[in-house]
Design a protein around this ligand. Sequence first.
Ligand code: FAD
Length: 295
Amino acid sequence: MSLAQRMASRFVAGECADDAVKAIRALNARRINATLDHLGESVTNEAEASRAADDYVFVLGKISSASVCSNVSIKLTQFGLTLGEDVCLRNVRRVLSAASRLNNFVRIDMEGSDYTEATLRVFRTLHTEFDNVGVVLQAYLYRTADDLQALVAEGARIRLCKGAYDEPPEKASPKKRDVDANFEQLARVLLDHARDLPPITPGGHFPPLPALATHDARLVAAAQAYAAQIGLPPEYYEFQMLHGIRRELQDQLAAQGYGVRVYVPYGTEWYPYYMRRLAERPANVWFFLSYLFRR
Ligand SMILES: Cc1cc2nc3c(=O)[nH]c(=O)nc-3n(C[C@H](O)[C@H](O)[C@H](O)COP(=O)(O)OP(=O)(O)OC[C@H]3O[C@@H](n4cnc5c(N)ncnc54)[C@H](O)[C@@H]3O)c2cc1C
């Protein structure tokens, strides 16, 4: 195992589906759900895109046969988005059909802003055909307030995150303070909307419950306070975090009875994912460099 691989293992559950299932089992034992990401993005031919769908169909079967609590997260460029939306739709439909048969759910991650428009278009098409699909919006993009209003009106199930890609200032707010403020505001819109949902019944359906994906304890507390203020019970929304980050906050929320879901990436294509984790926190780079110098 290379040094970079060893460092990445903090964030990545392993290389194969069995590693991922083991990580999910450990999360479930802590009363935490998972969402599984088979790492990979930007495929360059249709065979690779189709193989990505095969892999996800396989892992959905694994989740079911292992009886672990996890859904899956996918990136559309892994399913051929850059080769054509028809290619991508064909592959993702296969995954959604398999998930549907197994009563499971598929979340479409949001990638860089070059793909926002196409990702939302593909999501909207699929959302008219399947009820077990959701999408992600990024608080750093200026367009997100409008996207979010439109999507909640369409009954979309949304995960809100801050955004992890290097974006130009014309499209995304360069100031962390502004991104945080926007996240807080957009989370309120999602929570307001969740209050209008019919009562949740176990089994079968996938109501558009919002997911707040952040490790920012201040934003978590702000969402909890707002939900309490409007009388929204904890089962109407969930917090989501990444494997290997803020484990104590995950446990604390789970112990308080909040829904917590951890994003569990696995696979051999870990490099771009690891680089995004390094980039969003300079301390990680220092940790990496000091490790190198200690050797
Ligand atoms: C479940 C989930 C799904 C996501 N899906 C997407 C997606 O589809 N598209 C997308 O663009 N982004 C996605 N992201 C990433 C997200 O956009 C942010 O880049 C990431 O979550 C860091 O932002 P933060 O909200 O945690 O806040 P920050 O203010 O960045 O961090 C708050 C605190 O969390 C901890 N922390 C955060 N990041 C790290 C790190 N890398 N290493 C160590 N500690 C860290 C630190 O303690 C930090 O002080 C997702 C995040 C989560 C949790």
